[in-house]
Design a protein around this ligand. Structure first.
Ligand SMILES: CC(C)(COP(=O)(O)OP(=O)(O)OC[C@H]1O[C@@H](n2cnc3c(N)ncnc32)[C@H](O)[C@@H]1OP(=O)(O)O)[C@@H](O)C(=O)NCCC(=O)NCCS
Length: 167
């Protein structure tokens, strides 16, 4: 199994993996399956070409089994945000997600970031626990911040990790 950046040529594998994760665990992500399935090739390639972002993938024998994205945003200079972390269910519990988190933190450091941020829907207690185990601390909880599949608005917990201690 290797963890590496996805290339633009691999847009289909990244899309198919994300769709499989969305289908299996729709409540874990804010994105909607149908909206993601409708995105064009050009849109996927543009996303993978974005210099302010990277998608890291876990690949075993050419099969894409896990992924995670990281993005810099103009509104949050120097603090990139982790998104879209998922591992296919049959490969869970082997430390693959932890490695996908680590790979993105290393990229963040190489880009000069001192912190990394992520947002988790407040009732996803297992995911919050997972992030704590990976060194993330709760910074704030924003009320009614994200709209979920049934249309209701839910609280989002924002967590950050200080990367400077690891330099
Ligand atoms: C969360 C997830 C990425 C973990 O993948 P993984 O490769 O099994 O994770 P690792 O092996 O590196 O770490 C295992 C830890 O994940 C956490 N975990 C296990 N099941 C989980 C679940 N259903 N949801 C969230 N976290 C979970 C636990 O903290 C576990 O630690 P433990 O074994 O000590 O209990 C995977 O369960 C998944 O894809 N879930 C669905 C999508 C999701 O919730 N993504 C995160 C929000 S964007």
């Amino acid at each position: 199994m290797e963890i590496r950046e996805a290339t633009t040529k691999e847009w289909k594998q990244v899309r198919d993996l994300y769709l499989a994760l969305l289908k299996n665990d729709p409540e874990a992500f804010v994105d909607q399956y149908d909206e993601i399935a409708a995105l064009s090739e050009e849109r996927w390639i543009r996303g993978l070409e974005n210099k302010d972002a990277k998608v890291f993938v876990a690949v075993e024998n050419d099969k894409f089994i896990g992924m995670g994205r990281i993005n810099f945003y103009k509104e949050l200079p120097g603090i990139p945000v982790l998104h879209k972390l998922g591992v296919l269910s049959e490969y869970r519990g082997q430390g693959i997600a932890r490695k996908l988190v680590k790979a993105r933190e290393e990229w963040a450091k190489s880009m000069g970031a001192h912190k990394v941020r992520l947002g988790i829907i407040a009732d996803r207690l297992k995911t919050i626990e997972f992030s704590k185990k990976n060194g993330y601390k709760i910074m704030e909880t924003l009320r009614n911040r994200a709209q979920i599949k049934d249309g209701t608005w839910v609280d989002v917990v924002f967590m950050e990790k200080d990367l400077s201690a690891e330099r």
